[in-house]
Write a protein that binds this ligand. Structure first.
Ligand SMILES: Nc1ncnc2c1ncn2[C@@H]1O[C@H](COP(=O)(O)OP(=O)(O)OP(=O)(O)O)[C@@H](O)[C@H]1O
Ligand SMILES: [Mg+2]
Length: 500
């Protein structure tokens, strides 16, 4: 063994000596020729192909998208195999500390039975080369190097690299922090911080499991969403933009906003809450649409209150008929609307005009308490493809709320509650409020009894109200009859035979 080391040492020394001689005495031109020929010989004998993906490319030295996608792909798939890892803080990620392989580390990957090698490397540092550049690192340029056997060239260059880039982007999307956006008034669109949307991190805990509604209806919505999410090729095949509209309608407190949050969590989409009254005109509306990303839900809450979009009312005005008397509480709202010149046609174009197709994979949701007030054109199929009614709380929805709030599946008070929920209309919001323990020592039974009391009170109130109405009706009826008989009661008519 000792002899072997001695021989190796002397061989190395000889190589170094010859290399130093060549460097020193060979003319530069001759040296280059020698290098080219040596490379050719090596290429003949070396059966592997190498591809490098530099971190910064292009004139503006922007971080390469391919590099980022490869880094994400390798972090997820191969970081367990690497022995030396690098921890980086990544902005907008669910897990801000991301581990990736360190420089000069190598991992293997396999694709369709073919083995390949990824290495993370960096060129020697040159502190002067980029001293003026903000983007470039002073410690050399990083790159990934992919090595594979030349007989798999087609498979790797055509399929594998595409797979890595797509998978990397998909992982980044999955791990990103989702955002809730709202539109800025257009006065803030210019200047130093020009942005049409402001955002915060979207952190609503609602899910379809916690949403109280009919089980079958819930399943139907989930299936519809899954079909939409996987429908990229289908939408392309039928020549339709990859988007879908949902209209959520029902009384206040029945879970419309909660369902939007559950949908966003289920689909892993961002939410754009569009405040229509802050949009000046149709052009601005289009600009806002262009600035939304794909994998997003665009929401217009209370569409009936946002703008004067009720076609019926416009038609009535055209016919010169009187409008319904205005609710004084809506005065302020309408005054705000006067500043907005967004028209119904602008909104229709927003939903399904040519511009709406840019980006793809978007869901548009309108919510309203009064579905009948909306223009049929606004909610026709193709614009609002699926109409979902969220209604009052029945027993099945109650069971979900009882599970959420009290963690019970059954109780002997459930039967009474079921009967009460059949005869009165209460919203899930009301039921939820009653189920919530009001102090630390309130147990399940106390909460259920609270609910029963509140439901019974409501039933009694409704009965009294109905009795009052009937009484009024009874009083009114003879008066009407008297009027008809010119001031004489039915009995008068019968007795005296007055008839007109
Ligand atoms: N179907 C439901 N499932 C679970 N919780 C619900 C449901 N409906 C209402 N809630 C509860 O009631 C609260 C109010 O519900 P939400 O804001 O979703 O109602 P909404 O239909 O959007 O009302 P509005 O029409 O006034 O905007 C929620 O915070 C939620 O806790
Ligand atoms: Mg709401």
């Amino acid at each position: 063994m000792g002899e072997l080391w001695t021989q190796m040492g002397s061989l190395m020394a000889t190589i170094m000596f010859v290399y130093a001689m060549v460097e020193r005495f060979f003319p530069a031109a001759l040296r280059d020729t020698l290098q080219i020929h040596t490379q050719k010989v090596v290429n003949l004998l070396y059966p592997y192909v190498q591809i490098t993906f530099p971190e910064f490319s292009g004139e503006r030295l922007k971080r390469s998208e391919a590099y980022t996608a490869i880094q994400t792909y390798l972090s997820e798939n191969s970081s367990q195999l690497a022995k030396r890892l690098k921890a980086e803080v990544v902005k907008d990620s669910q897990n801000p500390l991301v581990l990736s392989m360190d420089d000069d580390e190598e991992v293997t990957d396999e694709f369709q039975g073919v083995k390949l090698w990824w290495a993370a490397s960096k060129t020697a540092s040159n502190p002067h080369a980029y001293s003026f550049s903000y983007y470039s690192p002073p410690d050399g340029k990083r790159y990934f190097k992919l090595t594979f056997h030349k007989k798999h060239r087609d498979l790797i260059t055509i399929s594998y690299i595409k797979h890595v880039l797509e998978e990397g982007k998909e992982i980044a999307l999955r791990n990103r922090q989702r955002k809730l956006y709202t539109n800025n008034p257009s006065s803030g669109w210019y200047g130093y911080k020009q942005s049409k949307w402001s955002h915060i991190v979207f952190e609503h805990p609602a899910t379809f499991e916690t949403l109280a509604m009919d089980h079958r209806k819930k399943e139907e919505i989930i299936n519809d969403l899954v079909k939409f999410r996987n429908g990229k090729d289908y939408y392309a095949k039928i020549g339709k933009a990859w988007k879908r509209g949902y209209l959520l309608y029902g009384p206040p407190g029945t879970g419309k906003s909660t369902m939007i949050a559950a949908m966003a969590n289920f689909m892993n989409y961002d939410v754009y809450d569009l405040e229509l009254t802050a949009v000046k005109d149709n052009t601005e509306l289009r600009k806002l649409l262009i600035e939304t990303s794909s994998k997003a839900i665009i929401v217009v809450e209370d569409i009936d209150c946002s703008l004067d979009l009720t076609g019926q009312r416009n038609m009535r005005r055209e016919r010169g008929e009187e409008e319904e008397p205005k609710d004084p509480s809506k005065k302020d709202e309408e005054e705000g609307n006067k500043n907005s010149k967004v028209t119904l046609s602008g909104l229709l174009n927003f939903i399904d005009g040519i511009w709406s197709a840019c980006g793809g994979e978007r869901i548009i949701i309108f919510t309203t308490n009064f579905v009948d007030k909306l223009d049929p054109a606004l909610i026709r199929t193709g614009r609002m493809d699926k109409h979902i009614e969220l209604s009052y709380c029945r027993f099945e929805a109650f069971k979900v709320l009882a599970k959420n709030y009290l963690d019970v599946d059954s109780h002997n008070l459930f039967a009474r509650i079921a009967n009460l929920l059949e005869v009165t209309n209460v919203t899930p919001a009301d039921v939820a409020e009653n189920l919530m323990p009001k102090c630390v020592n309130e147990d399940v039974e106390a909460c259920l009894l609270n609910l029963i009391q509140s439901l019974e009170r409501k039933v009694t109130e409704e009965e009294e109200e109905e009795a009052g109405l009937n009484e009024e009706k009874d009083k009114e009826e003879p008066t009407q009859q008297e009027n008809k008989n010119n001031g004489h009661s039915v009995e008068d008519v019968k007795e005296n035979g007055f008839m007109l």
